[in-house]
Design a protein around this ligand. Structure first.
Ligand code: CUA
Length: 310
């Protein structure tokens, strides 16, 4: 299972097409460089040998011109033209192959970029999550990309190429994972001070596991079962977190920040959550999350509540 984002470790058809194109460019570029390097070395040797043997040589004459002309035409016109045409044709074929839309029965997921997180909605299944796109493995999935603010770019290199998420229109990216696993990626368009930390993961499941995930994620949040989690729920309410975040099954129904209904089922670290809630602006300069100004014990309780949202 690939843990690092790596375009040269393709795990789906589109990423494989792109890797093939990359290899073609690499080998074509390498071959061209080697041919010209050899010719350059030969030319330098020949020139110095001619000088040594013919001190009366005063410069180019007709013979010289006749020798050089085919090289100029071959190396300066024919070779670059052929190279550029080969690259152009291969690129057009790759673009066509990676942009082919799946049929109407393919799963559609809306992915919305915001500074600096990703909202993920399954319009046909009443499911909303964030920063993780869960898909069934082995079938093409349609991602409808958009943005609430500036231009972002969705890029999970081992599955597909990158595509902009625009504030004023939808872009469709088709992704497919061969095997279940977690595939990491990030925003690929500079979108502000926290651009580099705007990560995204695609989690591919077997089709049966994906159905289970959909059903579980469509459920409302669990009621807190421990005393400290119940205290944390009160902290959540008194700090008015629900004006930006949604926790389905509670009064919290804001939509300008990540949905937290099943936060604990996402990959996150309790330590990070602690640091985040203690001082969000220290963790992520420029974040739109207001500092909730909580005491240490309130942070502990709130983390316990969020951890209970499985
Ligand atoms: Cu979003 Cu860079």
């Amino acid at each position: 299972m690939p843990l690092l984002a790596n375009a040269l470790d393709p795990a789906g058809p589109a990423a494989r097409d792109i890797e093939d194109l990359w290899k073609l460019l690499l080998w074509l570029g390498t071959a061209t460089f080697l041919v010209f390097a050899v010719l350059l070395v030969l030319a330098l040797f020949r020139r110095s040998r001619n000088r040594d043997h013919d001190a009366t040589d005063t410069g180019p004459d007709d013979t010289h011109g006749r020798t050089v002309r085919p090289w100029l035409i071959g190396g300066g016109v024919v070779l670059p033209t052929v190279g550029v045409v080969v690259v152009l044709v291969a690129t057009i074929f790759t673009m066509q192959a990676t942009a082919t839309e799946p049929g109407d029965d393919a799963l559609t997921i809306e992915v919305t970029g915001s500074q600096w997180w990703w909202g993920v909605t399954y319009p046909d299944h009443d499911v909303v999550t964030a920063n993780e796109v869960h898909i069934p493995a082995g079938e093409p999935v349609r991602l409808v990309l958009t943005s609430t603010d500036v231009i972002h770019s969705f890029w999970v290199p081992s599955l597909a190429g990158k595509l902009d998420a625009l504030p004023d229109g939808d872009n469709v990216l088709v992704i497919e994972a061969d095997e279940p696993g977690r595939y990491n990626g990030s925003c690929a368009e500079f979108c502000g001070i926290q651009h580099a930390s705007m990560d995204i993961s695609v989690v591919a499941h077997t089709p049966a596991e994906f159905q289970t995930w959909l059903e579980e994620t469509a459920q409302p949040a669990a009621e807190p079962e421990t005393e400290i989690a119940a205290e944390g729920q009160e902290v959540f309410q008194s700090a008015d977190c629900g004006s930006c975040h949604t926790i389905r099954g509670t009064d919290a129904s804001g939509d300008s920040a990540p949905d937290l209904t099943h936060l604990a089922s996402r990959k996150l670290s309790v330590d990070d959550l602690h640091r985040w809630l203690s001082d969000p602006h220290d963790v992520r300069e420029g974040t739109t999350m207001p500092d909730p100004n909580l005491s240490e014990s309130e942070v502990d309780a709130l983390v316990a509540y969020l951890e209970s949202l499985g």
